[in-house]
Design a protein around this ligand. Sequence first.
Ligand SMILES: Cc1cc2nc3c(=O)[nH]c(=O)nc-3n(C[C@H](O)[C@H](O)[C@H](O)COP(=O)(O)OP(=O)(O)OC[C@H]3O[C@@H](n4cnc5c(N)ncnc54)[C@H](O)[C@@H]3O)c2cc1C
Length: 374
Amino acid sequence: MLQTDIVIIGGGIAGCIAAISLVDSYHVTLIDKLAEPKERIGESLAPAAQRILKELDLLEDIEREVGALYQQNLGMQSYWGSDQVHIVDHLRNPDGFVKNLDRKAFEGFLRTAAEKRGVHCIWDTKLYSSSYKSEWKIQVVSNDKNSKPFPIAASFVIDATGRQSHFAKSLGIKRQVVDKLIACWVSVPNTQENVMSTIAAGENGWWYSAVIPNNQRVVAFHTDADLIDKNELKTTESFLKLAQENKEIYDLLNVHNGSIKFHGTVAANSTKLEQVAGRQWAALGDAAVSFDPLSSQGMFNAMASAMQLSKLIKQLKFTDEVEKIYTQQTHQIWQHYIQHKSIFYKAETRWKNAEFWKRRHQDFKVFVTKNAVL
Ligand SMILES: Cc1cc2nc3c(=O)[nH]c(=O)nc-3n(C[C@H](O)[C@H](O)[C@H](O)COP(=O)(O)OP(=O)(O)OC[C@H]3O[C@@H](n4cnc5c(N)ncnc54)[C@H](O)[C@@H]3O)c2cc1C
């Protein structure tokens, strides 16, 4: 049996940052079900994330890769609450510009950094089962069809499996779900000189576009899962038809009709685990709380929660105090987030009677489910 101090399930941003931060004090094992990161949406890295990357001595290496790993985001043009464009730039932000990441390359960079720093990484392998008897015994299994589950004994388990929160779910912990937001996204070559991101509200949701490295642009439409016929989010053609409601977005897509790459629909709703930590375990990043992409804070929160937890563990070891303090911290972040989310959505009043906006102008109702993913 493999013996380790801390096993981290999920090698996305939260899992890698936690592993890199903990490996100077503990033997850390990091597992991820994917052999390598995949293409995904979620590219705008908040300026404050740079402080964390600097603290972990990763920033210089990232900045050397400008153009490949990221490009600077000069600002955002927003059509929110009015037909008039409103420009938000980052010129005066003391932490600098937003970084628009090549998400797959960035996650690959973090995985490599974890390996180089001495984290024991096991890729292409997923959580199978877990049990606790004075320490955790985790069974994991490789994706290879012929392989059998193998055990890892650990003093502490970190669930960094994203909004599916596989480990917490296996303990029977449910999620609070606030809304039913989904995002359908495509990518296209970028040929525009204007590389600002765009956000534009519409009657049934909102549109988003950002330029990422390698002259690519992502475009996404966000709405509630129950407010749209699934066929409208099934193909490039149906996506293009929907985009006709917004001239700016439609123009970005239509010039590249023929080279639009359709990626499909992902969950983008606000959710929180009912219990984010317990006896010698804790959930990080999206596994603990998942944010609306409107906030552009998901990756920063993944990093910040990883740093918070690793500092608590280093200070308090594997005691119950870690559970108590980390739970309070996560609760505060969630309350703060929910208030801000409400303020932003209430600022858009042009379609007060449309169901999508009506839901966001009322006090939200929380429902509890087994799954965050709709
Ligand atoms: C449409 C959309 C747009 C977004 N845009 C932005 C943005 O612009 N800026 C921003 O900051 N955030 C954005 N986000 C949010 C951001 O993508 C997430 O907050 C971030 O990915 C959370 O990182 P994580 O490491 O917690 O989880 P994830 O990135 O989900 O990583 C989880 C990892 O766990 C692995 N895993 C899952 N299950 C298992 C298992 N059973 N066993 C082993 N491994 C497992 C997965 O393979 C994955 O690598 C966006 C999200 C959406 C949906």
